[in-house]
Design a protein around this ligand. Sequence first.
Ligand code: B3K
Ligand code: ZN
Length: 865
Amino acid sequence: MQTPKRLADYTPPPLELRSIHLTIRFAEQVEVIGELAVAPRPGRSPDSVLVLDAEDLEVLEVAVDGRVLSPQDYRYDGAHLEIPWPETSVRTRVRIDPDRNTRLEGLFPCGGGYFTQCEAEGFRRITPYLDRPDVLAPFEVTLHADRQRFPILLANGNCVETGIEGDRHWARWVDPYPKPAYLFAVVAADLACVEDRFVTASGREVALACYVAHGLEDRCGHALDSLKAAMRWDEENYGREYDLDRYMIVAVSDFNMGAMENKGLNIFNSQFVLARPDTATDDDYHHIASVVAHEYFHNWTGNRITCRDWFQLSLKEGLTVFRDQCFSADQPGGAVQRIRDVARLKAMQFREDAGPLAHPVRPESYLEINNFYTATVYEKGAEVVRMMANTLGPAAFRRGMDRYFDRHDGQAVTVEDFVDALGTDSGQDLSDFLIWYRQAGTPRLAVRGVHDPANRTYTLEFCQHTPPTPGQPDKQPVPIPVRLALLDASGEPLPLRLSGEDRANGHERVLVVREATTRFCFEDVAVPPVPSLLRGFSAPVHLADDLTLADRLHLLRHDRDPMVRWQAAQQVWIAALQQAMTSTASAGLAPAAIAGFASVLDDAALDPTLAAELLALPAYETLLDAFAPADPYRLESLRQQLRSQLARELESRWAARYAALAGRDDPAARALRNRCLQFLMADGLEVSYRGLCRRQFDEAGTMTERLTALALLVDHGGEDAESALAAFHERHAHDDLVLDKWFRIQAQARHGAALARLDALMAHPAFRLTQPNKVRAVVGAFAHGNPLHFHAPDGSGYAWVADRIAALVSLNPQLAARLAGVFAGWRDLTPPSRDLMRAQLVRLADLPGLPPDLIEVLGKALADN
Ligand code: B3K
Ligand code: ZN
């Protein structure tokens, strides 16, 4: 039984690594020679033995300080290599078997080539090493391989030498920047290369290269453009330039995650590189830009300054997500970026924070660190950085970041180091925000507004409370910055004067709620205003306000803050659902609510992208979070009924707006047009609009239009759907990435016998259980995006997913553990769903030989807290 690792047990590395030279020979078998130059750590006396991380290697030879050891002089147990204490050097020669590597950690095969993934602990599967992020060293890497099979040989840094020996060749790469092993990468493959260049602010030329499978060269343009935009943005906004002569992006089809920020040699899931208007949707374009930027931004936040230990993961991830979110908000179409980020936070992170897998942004213990690349570490972590950035204001935040880079460049540091550096120059103590890093759970912020006509005051009373989470029964208050305004009857913000101030100070303020109960009293408020709260979603909290439907519609119509408008719209839906859930009579959207949505749809001056967001129903996951424990089947059915109601009531308007946007060919118009089509295809109305939908499918000029139409057709089934699916398949049969969309749409469709369809998808020749994108497109899409069938009242959906997870456990534990997380929410359901879901967890937990990834997730999901 493995014991958890704990933040409290941190000790510095036993010695210093001066450099590493790695030689990898790709032949029938792969041999790796690791040469480490070591030095004592000042102030630490030598031990008798040194323990190196070394997983699943065949150890062929070990030499210490130049002396080759006989096998009795070292010990290897498959996980650690114990050797006599070295004075100056260690040399190991090992054999590895990448062809059997379906876990996609360490060195793995894909499409005839070899690639690596070392974060978090994959490097130990390549060579014995001190595989921990606080051990930094300059790397030199020499790769030898067959010229024909592996014409491309890449590693981090700059290529300094190459050579040819018969039908083999070699390349030597040097990365001068000391780095932890998790940022190591190599590639040996036969790939096409698309080149570009970037001139940095100081005039240095950087060669950019995008490596993809042959034939896909025309799909790299957007990734390269995004890269250049990100490079410029980091110079302009953070004063950070790129530091090597070469920046490479390599696309692979089999990858556990989105992408990896290896120094100078990013490896990407091809999903986040390849795009052409006929193969990728507007959303795909958007995600590519954001992932490319994210990995690029890591060069400073993560690579130049890295984490002391894996508990500090959010130091690089939360900060880098914050940076990529700001970048995306600055790009064309960025006006709704914040809304999309918050929608995602609410759907994923809030649920995580409310369930058995809840953990602080900086976890305190783990069994398997791969289980902590979570929405909490990433997205909530980004929210915490955002709160501190907003508290400081742009100029002081920039000074704080400059201080951070200055003070810690080349180091492996902690969250405390970051928070301290941020506040130093402006003299602001941000240490209160450390509670956000320590404490799990989403705070509930209840607010009540009281107007006193006699004294012309308006008091906002805030009460915060964070519910208990596993291992943390009692919570402290956290600082909650609330950006707010008070709107008058015409929607204009009032001047804000707090009691004790001698004059009004702006029309929007940020007030920080620090105590369990905090009151703010505003003067000169003649009539009750409508409070516009948490503008820009200024803190990651559940806001429980006492607004009426009329107040919310007032905000939806008039607020200048798009975020508040969106939150108001979401609340209107949630309130209607609340009513429908509790009453037996047919409840629905009130006429005023329908009029409110109509006014959004009719507002020709409104950015169509924003209109599309304001007209979106809350995500199913968000609803589950709001209504737990709930009958998932009923919840989704009611959600569909409300959609149908708004569809019917505004039918002619949806149709008119749809038609009016027909002449436009831009992402904003497509977003709203697709939203209109979605309502026109709601249950009850779709019979009349199938033809229109099919026409959109047939005549689409972009994947965005084609895919939305296909999804809506397939959701309802029938002949049109089948023939559209066949046409789509025929058109894209040889395009692996586009086929994923075809799989996904069918996995999410409500119509028909879902499980039979899923089985058929898995039998499709393009489906492989060893390709995570396919598994996510079928199993993941079904579990997360098909509530009616996944939560089928007989439990068959749960059993089907659990069977697939069981099949994945030994192939790819990381992916299996991630998928198993979908069952963690069993307590949010009412019986019998809750018991049926729990039964699948128990079944999985009983499987023999479970890896730590699964032991941790299943154990937590089942624990009584
Ligand atoms: N740092 C990687 C994620 C690694 C996940 C390891 N299980 C990608 C990113 O966040 O940029
Ligand atoms: Zn990242």
